[in-house]
Design a protein around this ligand. Structure first.
Ligand code: SF4
Length: 640
């Protein structure tokens, strides 16, 4: 049996902080007595990642998942032995890089020859996905997982490498590659950036993923090998990540790129209506890429598997019926079959790649809806001039999908600064019936309370109706302006709950303060905005409805923060309002979570300090009604 000493020798730092030693003892005891899962709630600055690394090294192998690429980078910076896996969009395709380097690149889709302008230079649009001659080993940069060997497995100096003979083989193949005839200068062989880093991560004993790549790999059951531990960091975001991954958004603008007269009929919030619409759309798309036979196969399969029969009839013709396992058990097999057919079409290759991905997602969503229709909801129907331009469908209760993740490894460590009510949280994860296997460990904050005061200013009650009134908007803007004047030399952050709030605040501030603002924008990468704030020598102030989580504004990066409104999730969104109807606790849990997460952005260590101002008069009421779930260290910071 693993003893506490086994854990302690794997602790990655020379000394313990806060309660780290105590927590390791608790985790050791819990695993020894048969618990399979640990839920660890520990505040910012506690050093949760050091705990995760200790457990991972002690158990021998692990997958660590976190929410953002920034956090992945932070982990690999601190723990060099971790191998990182990022998605295709983060890597330049080497085939395209060759053309770019020789000044011969011209994208047939966006007609651009510049890396900065063209959206298709990454591995997401690699020719290996759309060009038959580049498939498999056709692209000589492409490596395969079996090429990679491991040395000193599980040790600090573990090394993943391709052996010399294999590299020589690749180099020989490469030197005869017809692709090189396009260039006058000589090129050296190196593996494709994307596949190389992915295989390092898959082969390594310990690797770190972000949720989006981990979820996409999870749909292919053969890719992720068994490991002893799964760490889910920033776990309060799991539900959102899963809903984002499983949900589907169909927009007129995107689908008109494939079907010129694409129309969206208004089925309102009827899931049945939209389901028929999606099946029709799937049929049109499959026929467009020349795979008519799959339309009939899907109908047949859905009748057998889900008892579903479309009201619209489709004739069989001479079509091959593919097996259920080919269609449903593994998303990857469907993708491969569609790819073969799509390649013969006269469509820009980059668009074909988008089409294939969109059909794959469409088919997966249709099957998910059919397998549990009551669990799906039309969350938003967006219109322009009475025409539907976008529809969004989401699973109401994603716990079945989350459970599949939580059960990926024999042991799971689930970590966040904001779990609060672990019963509600276990329900979200779909593991509430197995509480005998789940140990909840909660650690209080030991940051001095005088370093992190919360000032409830009670400017006015800010609900949706009130926020439409000019008088209220003026009051809010004035309060923000005053606080910014008090902190005229400090950097800070303003948390709004909508872009509308952000805009009216910006428009109504004094010129001096308005110029200090740095705004987020859904069209601009979040990292770009944060870097601008961090690099500026001026007392800049971030303002955003989307920076309440996963952002580290330590020390001088923020000395004050303004929370405009109690961040209740938006009930205008059908998904949120349905969830609220079903489970009020979930709704208040979500609100508290956003509030405490926002509060945590600016105080990152024991020596850090920042003032928090809350403008909404509803804050005190919310706190009173939810004092049983809000952490004591948060409540103790509120000034009367
Ligand atoms: S394997 Fe990599 S380098 Fe080769 S085409 Fe695909 S993305 Fe590009």
């Amino acid at each position: 049996m693993t003893s506490i000493n086994d854990y302690l020798i794997n602790f990655p730092h020379t000394s313990f902080r806060n309660n780290q030693h105590k927590v390791l003892q608790q985790i050791c005891d819990a695993f020894s007595s048969g618990y399979k899962r640990i839920i660890l709630e520990a505040p910012t600055g506690f050093g949760k990642s050091a705990i995760a690394i200790t457990i991972a090294r002690t158990l021998g192998s692990s997958y660590i998942c976190t929410a953002t690429k920034d956090l992945q980078t932070q982990y690999t910076h601190d723990y060099k032995f971790l191998k990182v896996a990022k998605g295709k969009s983060n890597f330049l395709c080497k085939v395209k890089e060759d053309f770019l380097g020789a000044g011969k690149y011209l994208c047939s889709s966006c007609n651009s020859g510049s890396e900065n302008e063209c959206k298709h230079t990454s591995c997401e649009y690699g020719p290996c996905l759309s060009d038959e001659s580049m498939e498999g080993s056709g692209c000589k940069y492409r490596t395969f997982i079996n090429d990679y060997k491991t040395e000193y497995k599980g040790k600090e100096n573990e090394r993943i490498f391709i052996n010399r003979e294999k590299i020589d083989y690749y180099k020989a193949e490469y030197s005869n590659w017809i692709h090189l005839k396009n260039f006058d200068t000589s090129h050296e062989w190196n593996p494709c950036y994307y596949f190389d880093q992915l295989f390092h991560a898959l082969k390594a004993s310990h690797s770190i993923f972000n949720y989006s790549i981990f979820l996409s790999l999870l749909t292919n059951k053969n890719v992720l090998q068994q490991k002893n531990l799964l760490v889910l960091d920033e776990a309060h975001l799991l539900e959102t990540e899963i809903v984002k991954f499983r949900g589907l958004s169909i927009s007129k603008k995107r689908w008109r790129r494939y079907i010129h007269d694409f129309k969206m009929v208004d089925y309102g919030y009827s899931i049945d209506g939209w389901l028929e619409f999606l099946i029709d759309l799937e049929k049109t798309m499959l026929m467009l890429i020349g795979y008519d036979s799959l339309v009939y196969s899907l109908l047949k399969e859905r009748k057998v598997k889900f008892g579903y029969e479309s009201k619209r009839k489709t004739k069989a013709g001479n079509k091959r019926i593919v097996s259920a396992s080919e269609l449903f058990e593994d998303d990857a097999s469907l993708e491969i079959d569609i790819k073969k057919h799509g390649r013969h079409l006269q469509i820009h290759k980059e668009i074909l790649i988008d089409i294939l991905q969109d059909i794959e997602k469409l088919t997966r969503t249709i099957n998910n809806i059919l397998s549990s229709p009551r669990n799906w909801i039309v969350s938003e129907v967006q219109k322009e001039n009475y025409d539907v331009v976008r529809v969004e469908l989401k699973p109401l209760d994603p716990s079945r999908y989350i459970r599949a993740i939580v059960e990926k490894c024999p042991k799971t460590l689930i970590m966040s600064a904001t779990i609060f009510n672990h019963k509600t949280f276990e329900k979200i994860l779909g593991i509430e019936s197995e509480s005998n296997y789940t140990k909840f460990i909660q650690i209080p904050s030991d940051f001095p309370v005088e370093n992190r005061p919360i000032f409830p200013l009670g400017i006015d009650y800010l609900n949706f109706d009130n926020l439409q009134l000019l008088s209220i908007k003026t009051k809010i803007s004035r309060a923000v302006d005053n606080i910014m004047h008090i902190h005229s030399k400090d950097k800070g952050i303003i948390h709004t709950t909508s872009y509308e709030q952000l805009n009216f605040i910006k428009e109504n501030l004094s010129k001096m303060n308005s110029r200090r603002l740095i705004l987020t924008d859904p069209e601009i990468e979040r990292d770009e905005v944060i870097n601008e704030h961090a690099k500026s020598q001026k007392p800049t102030v971030l303002i955003s409805p989307s920076l309440h989580t996963g952002l580290d504004l330590k020390d001088g990066l923020s000395r004050f923060q303004i929370i405009i409104k109690v961040p209740y999730p938006n009930v205008a969104d059908k998904w949120t309002s349905e969830k609220r109807k079903i489970d009020k606790e979930w709704y208040y849990w979500q609100t508290g979570l956003r509030l405490v997460q926002a509060y945590g952005r600016s105080i990152r260590s024991k020596d850090d300090w920042a003032k928090t101002y809350v403008l909404d008069s509803a804050f005190n009421y919310f706190v009173k009604m939810n004092s049983n779930i809000l952490p004591k260290w948060f409540l103790s910071a509120i000034r009367k």
